[in-house]
Design a protein around this ligand. Structure first.
Ligand code: ADP
Ligand code: ZN
Length: 533
C-alpha cells in the first residue's frame, strides 16, 4: 500500500507554511519532536493551549496518515474543514456520511492520499475499520479527549476502553493521548488504561491568569446575572461583548435568554433539544458577530474556537471542578482579561444531592459524584484564593493570585457555631420527638418564628426552638444552611431535600467543634433592616 509521504522535514517549516504561526507555544515543540521521532506521549494541556498542533504537525512530518480518535462529530467537521482550508489533506469517517462519501475517504486512505484521518472511537473499534487501517500506513495515533477513558472523569465513554488494543495491533505506531482534564486520578487512569506506561508525559500549567474567578451567592439569579452583564458585559467603548451563560436545564436556558432579550441583551438559547439548523445558526452568530450572549446547557462549547469570549457565567452550580474549569476556560482565550462568574445557592446543593441519590449506577459511582460535588462546594466556600484552590485541585501549587474575588475582596468569616446549634437542635427535636423531617424553608420559618400555615398545621410554634433564630434574616439563614451543607454538617435527603444530621453534627451540638462561616455581602434583594446601633 502507498504511504502518504512526509510533507515537511522540519516542524517550524510546517508551522509557518501550513498554519501561518511564527512560534510554538508551551510544550508544543517538545511534544512534536518526541512524537515525530516515534515516541508515545501523554499531553495534559488546558483548553485553548493548542493541543491539536501536537499531533497535526507530527502527522505532516512522518510518512503515512495520522489517525485521530475524536469523540465529537461536530468537532471533527470543524477541524477537518479548517485543515483542508490550510491545504492539509484531511478527512473523517463517521456516521454522518453517506456510504459513497465513506468509500471515497477509504480509497484516499489506502492510496496514501491523506495526511490526517479523523475517526470516532465506536467506528475505530469495529473490525472493518481496523482492516481498513491495515491497508494503509499509519503515521501516528492521536487520542483526543483521552480523559473519556476514565471512569473517574465526568464524561466517560466505554468505547475508549477498547483503544488500548491499538498498542497491541500496531506496536510500532506512536500514540499520543491528549486531554485538558488534569486531575491526578484521571492522569493515572488514562495512562494505565491506554497502555501508555512507556509514554513521555507533558504536563502544562493549568493557570489561566487572565481569567478573573468570581463566585457569589444566589438570591435573585436573573437580576444578578443581568446586573453582571450590564456592569461587565461591555468593553471600554461601551459596546457589548461576547459571553456564555451556562444553566443546567434546557427550559431555563430558554427562559433566561428571553429575559435577557427583554432587557436589551442579544441573547440566544442553545441546547441539544433545539433543531440542528437553529443550533448551527446560533453557533455561527456567536462566532461571527460581536456582543452575542449564548445561554446554554453544557452541550454548547465543545469545538467553539472563539478567542474573544469575555465572560462565562454559571447560574447553576457545575457538577464538578473539572467541568467548571473546562467551561470557564472558554473565556479569554486571546489572553485579554476575562471573567468567570458563578452564582450558586442552597437550592443548587439540595438539587444536586438529590440527583446523586437518584442517579442510576452503583454505590461507587454515587460516591464519586458526591466527591466531585464536595470539591466544587469547597471551591465555592473557600475564604482563600479561588485560583489557588482550583489549581490545587489539579495538583498544582501556587500563591494567592490577586485576580479573583477572594483576593481582591477578602471575605470575612464569622463564628456561626450558635446559629448552627440552633438549626441542628431544631432538626434533632423534630426527628427524635416527632419523627419528622423538613426542608430548609420550613426549618428557617421555625427558627425565625414565622407564622405560616404549615407551622400551625404541625404545631411547630410550640417547639422550644421556635423563634430563637430571629436575629438573622431569611437570606442569611439560607446562607448558613448552604454553608453547613457544604461543610457536611448537615445532609439533604430525598425528593424534597429534607435536612438531616451527619456524623459531624454531634460535635457541633456538644460544642466540641466550632463553625466558621463566610460573611456574605448584603444584597439589595434582601429585606432591608434597621441599621445596627
Ligand atoms: P486545544 O485543543 O488545546 O483546546 P487548539 O488546538 O484548538 O487548543 O488551539 C487553540 C487555538 O490556538 C487555535 O485557534 C489554534 O490555532 C491556536 N494556536 C495553537 N497553537 C498556536 C501557536 N503555536 N501559535 C499561535 N496560535 C496557536
Ligand atoms: Zn486569587
Amino acid at each position: 500500500s502507498a504511504a502518504a509521504p512526509a510533507r515537511f522535514a522540519d516542524a517550524h517549516e510546517a508551522l509557518h507554511a501550513v498554519f501561518g504561526y511564527d512560534d510554538f507555544r508551551g510544550h508544543q515543540a517538545e511534544v512534536i519532536a518526541h512524537v515525530a521521532g516515534g515516541g508515545d506521549a501523554v499531553v495534559l494541556m488546558p483548553t485553548g493551549a493548542g493541543k491539536s498542533l501536537c499531533y497535526q504537525v507530527p502527522a505532516l512530518l512522518r510518512p503515512g496518515t495520522g489517525v485521530v480518535v475524536s469523540p465529537l462529530i461536530a468537532l471533527m467537521h470543524d477541524q477537518v474543514d479548517a485543515l483542508v482550508r490550510n491545504g492539509v489533506r484531511a478527512a473523517y469517517l463517521n456516521s454522518s456520511q453517506s456510504p459513497d462519501e465513506r468509500r471515497e475517504v477509504e480509497r484516499a486512505y489506502r492510496a496514501g492520499e491523506l495526511d490526517l484521518l479523523y475517526i470516532a472511537p465506536e467506528r475505530l473499534n469495529t473490525e472493518p475499520a481496523k482492516r481498513l487501517l491495515e491497508q494503509g500506513t499509519i503515521a501516528l495515533f492521536a487520542i483526543d479527549e483521552a480523559h473519556c477513558v476514565s471512569q473517574w472523569g465526568h464524561d466517560f465513554r466505554p468505547d475508549y476502553l477498547a483503544l488500548a488494543e491499538l498498542a497491541e495491533r500496531w506496536p510500532d505506531v506512536p500514540r499520543i493521548a491528549l486531554t485538558a482534564t488534569a486531575t491526578e486520578a484521571t492522569h493515572r487512569e488514562l495512562t494505565e488504561r491506554l497502555s501508555l506506561g512507556d509514554a513521555r508525559h507533558f504536563v502544562s500549567s493549568f493557570d489561566r491568569p487572565n481569567i478573573q474567578y468570581r463566585i457569589e451567592s444566589k438570591s435573585q439569579v436573573r437580576q444578578q446575572l443581568l446586573d453582571f452583564i450590564r456592569r461587565e458585559g461591555v468593553d471600554a467603548t461601551g459596546a457589548p461583548v461576547s459571553g456564555i451563560v451556562y444553566a443546567l436545564s434546557r427550559a431555563s436556558t430558554e427562559k433566561l435568554a428571553a429575559y435577557l432579550q427583554q432587557n436589551g441583551v442579544s441573547a440566544l438559547a442553545y441546547h441539544a433539544g433545539l433543531p440542528p439548523e437553529q443550533r448551527a445558526e446560533t453557533q455561527r452568530r456567536f462566532q461571527q458577530e460581536d456582543g452575542v450572549v449564548v445561554v446554554a446547557t453544557i452541550a454548547f462549547g465543545m469545538g467553539i474556537d472563539k478567542p474573544d469570549v469575555r465572560f462565562v457565567a454559571h447560574v447553576d452550580l457545575p457538577k464538578s471542578v473539572e467541568g467548571y474549569y473546562q467551561e470557564t476556560g472558554r473565556a479569554g482565550r486571546d489572553g485579554e482579561p476575562a471573567t468567570a462568574w458563578l452564582a450558586y445557592g442552597l437550592q443548587d446543593v439540595v438539587q444536586q444531592r438529590r440527583m446523586i441519590d437518584e442517579s442510576p449506577g452503583d454505590v461507587a459511582h454515587r460516591r464519586r459524584m458526591q466527591q466531585h460535588l464536595d470539591a466544587m462546594l469547597a471551591l465555592c466556600e473557600t475564604v482563600s484564593c479561588r485560583r489557588q484552590n482550583l489549581l490545587g485541585y489539579f495538583g498544582e501549587q501556587s500563591t494567592p493570585c490577586g485576580n479573583c474575588d477572594t483576593c481582591l475582596n477578602p471575605p470575612e468569616s464569622w463564628d456561626g457555631t450558635v446559629p448552627a446549634q440552633k438549626l441542628l437542635s431544631t432538626i434533632v427535636r423534630l426527628e427524635r420527638e416527632r419523627r419528622q423531617r423538613f426542608g430548609a424553608g420550613h426549618l428557617i420559618d421555625i427558627l425565625r418564628g414565622n407564622d405560616t400555615a404549615r407551622v400551625r398545621q404541625y404545631g411547630h410554634e410550640r417547639l422550644a426552638t421556635y423563634g430563637i433564630g430571629d436575629d438573622l434574616g431569611d437570606q442569611q439563614w439560607r446562607g448558613v444552611v448552604r454553608q453547613l451543607l457544604a461543610q457536611g454538617l448537615i445532609a439533604a435527603q430525598g425528593e424534597y431535600g429534607t435536612l438531616g444530621l451527619t456524623d459531624a453534627s454531634a460535635d457541633v451540638l456538644s460544642g466540641a467543634r466550632t463553625v466558621s462561616l463566610r460573611t456574605e455581602p448584603d444584597r439589595p434583594a434582601r429585606r432591608s433592616r434597621a441599621a445596627a446601633p
